[in-house]
Design a protein around this ligand. Structure first.
Ligand code: 5GP
Ligand code: ZN
Length: 113
């Protein structure tokens, strides 16, 4: 499949992996927008949340649960962090495999640009 994140999952493309298990992977964004910028995704290929089915719910839960665990371990939970899920063109989605951006380590402005 011609999906850059599936290639990262399959180790066909290198990445700096922060956490991985059978269903979830977190790796560093190649173009970080904050001192900590990871991408957290289910290993199952789902292009956007518009294609979500009820059977995907467990995988999405695992991704969010993992984000919380990693951010606690890295010491970002008390200060805070941002989780972003871009969907389609106007939001700037460029990779069509569901992924959460996880940003931390600086004051994050609101509203985002
Ligand atoms: P989107 O714009 O789809 O929400 O986010 C895609 C993200 O993937 C971008 O922040 C971009 O920097 C990141 N990205 C694109 N290609 C690669 C890659 O090959 N490796 C890594 N680690 N990140 C990538
Ligand atoms: Zn994919």
């Amino acid at each position: 499949m011609d999906c850059i994140f599936c290639k990262i999952i399959n180790k066909e493309i290198p990445s700096k992996i922060i956490y991985e298990d059978d269903h979830v992977i977190l790796f560093e964004d190649i173009n970080p927008q904050a001192p900590f910028h990871a991408l957290a995704l289910p290993k199952v290929h789902i292009p956007t949340i518009l294609e979500l089915k009820p059977e995907h719910s467990v995988y999405l839960y695992k991704v969010v649960e993992t984000i919380a665990k990693v951010m606690k371990e890295k010491g970002y939970s008390e200060d805070g962090f941002r989780v972003v899920l871009n969907t389609n063109r106007a939001a700037g989605q460029t990779v069509f495999h569901i992924h959460f951006h996880v940003l931390a380590g600086r004051l994050l402005m609101w509203p985002p640009g």
